[in-house]
Write a protein that binds this ligand. Sequence first.
Ligand SMILES: Nc1nc2c(ncn2[C@@H]2O[C@H](COP(=O)(O)OP(=O)(O)OP(=O)(O)O)[C@@H](O)[C@H]2O)c(=O)[nH]1
Ligand SMILES: [Mg+2]
Length: 663
Amino acid sequence: MRIALTGNPNSGKTTMYNALTGRNEKIGNWAGVTVDKKEYPVKKDHYNGSKELIAVDLPGAYSMSPFTSEESITSGYVKNEHPDVIVNIVDATNLSRSLFFTTQLLELGVPVVVALNKSDINEKKGNKIDEKTLSEKLGCPVIKTTSTTDTGLKEVIQTAADLEGAGQKAPYVQGDINLHDKKEVEAADRKRFEFVNAIVKQVENRKVLTKEKNVGDKIDAVLTNPVSGLIIFAAIMFLVFYISQSTLGTWLADILVGWIETFQNWVGGLLENANPFLYALLVDGIIGGVGAVVGFLPLVMVMYFLIALLEDCGYMARATVVLDPIFKRVGLSGKSVIPMIIGTGCGIPAIMACRTIRNERERRTTAMLATFMPCGAKLPVIALFTGAFFPHSKWVGPLMYFVGILLILLGALLVKAVTGMKYRKSFFIIELPEYKVPSLKIGCLSMLNRGKAYIKKAGTVILVCNTVVQIMQSFNWKLQVVAEGAESTSILASIAGPFATLLIPVVGIAAWQLAAASITGFIAKENVVGTLATVYALTNFIDTDELALVGSGNKVAMAMGITKVAALAYLMFNLYTPPCFAALGAMNSEMQSGKWLFAGICLQLATGFTVGFLVYQIGTLITTGALGAGFVGGLIAVCIFAAVIVYLIQRANRAIDTEYQLD
Ligand SMILES: Nc1nc2c(ncn2[C@@H]2O[C@H](COP(=O)(O)OP(=O)(O)OP(=O)(O)O)[C@@H](O)[C@H]2O)c(=O)[nH]1
Ligand SMILES: [Mg+2]
């Protein structure tokens, strides 16, 4: 039988689902973390009966009348897919708001068990809820739970299992109303609230803790203040990158790379007398290429850990409030900030998180732009180039993230101008979760989860790509092994060659190696690192003696043969061109429009190229006093992009004018 977990956002559904099933789905201390349905069997230690129980985690909803697409997943599921029992997770610290939805669920005819979750917080605050009376008033079982410690879960599941097929009488029935009549719906909702509030009055005894509340409010006033809030946000993000990329993360990476090197030398020793191609394939291509990517794993894990802590303590929700006014100015909403923050981890859930945005244009625009935020897979690329070309700078890593935010804002302005939607105002309401001490367990789980996914990717996609790259660079079209010194005759070089020409305005030279790395980067961004390791036969990107990314000898920078400015431009080109294929797939399914997807990919290509071009050319002009190679060609390309955009904006303006004339 299927047990649907439903309730308001941030009430603890996913925490309960993970506890019940042993899964590790994402939880976070803000509303709208889960945007999709998930199901999995309940573990035996929570239920010792004979039934097979499947728990279904759903996105949070405030009401059965959905506003956003993730809310409609929930109402659609409980209405149409007939779960056997509904467990309604109620945030006990927010009873009156939660019960509105509860009374709606009770009208569906499916047995409901109410889990009064977060009871631990209530107890700490000295609030009391009389669950017996509540159960009588609602006409359904009510059980106190604390999902974070598994308290009460067994009882909830046993009760739910026993209720299969049972009838329940709804305590409140909304008469027939015309759902299209706004006034009528509002009046009905008001009546329901009155009913709910009457119950709450009888069952709840709240202790008024004015002093504690004041502390939280005071912190909020500083953190969400437009000026101090922004400075704090920038400082916190800087610290996250500093710890993950320059200190703790690097230190751990250093140890890991030592192990990888030992392993590589050991395999190298075993294959000493083997066929040179086999040696190159295994030792340089596979172990070297994949190892180069895996070496950066600690950086990614430390960053995930820190971001999870920030989410869990309630800070990230405040960050959305700080950025909301800025985002509104460019035609997005504060809700667009959430995909951006999730995007620092991975672009795919970031794009999926766009579902919580109600307005279609804002949703599509956000999905189009969210991946400008460098994700975990881009982190190794950033770390590699920072380490090789700017070893002692603290600013390159954080700069990539701030440029990402800037590009999102500029991109949003462009989309706003092109789509001609100039006169719309959007409203953003986010419930600020309470502050809490961040849970190390949640941080560790999030980190391990990401680490697992990273290693899995390295062992599959990255491994396959590196093998293919190594083979393609070892052979020419006649399938002969490429001789030393004639690398440019390889299959890989001849395929990547034409693209290398296109890259001249960005890096100043035609290097097929760099082009090949960018191309494999479209499959997965970690490939940029893996491919560079393979094509330049540089397996060790992290210097174990120096305790620094890419040590002093700087073989990497020398092998690539490009200037610092070109390296920065090439890095930015890779970061801001389209993300990996998987993220494009997610974009396609969220946008549900071929036109938007196409426009999005074009915009990303044009952005990556333009940023790279400008950084290289302006940087070269400043550092050497002359423009870089490929200036004219690049300028023509950028002018063409600009002309297309100007044309589209004018077309949009004309469309608006016609609309006004028609009126
Ligand atoms: N103190 C306490 N915190 C809890 C409890 N259950 C969940 N939380 C916290 O509440 C926050 C939200 O938990 P989630 O499980 O993500 O909530 P959700 O209902 O799935 O939220 P959405 O997916 O956004 O609808 C997290 O910070 C949890 O750690 C509980 O019983 N006690
Ligand atoms: Mg959830």
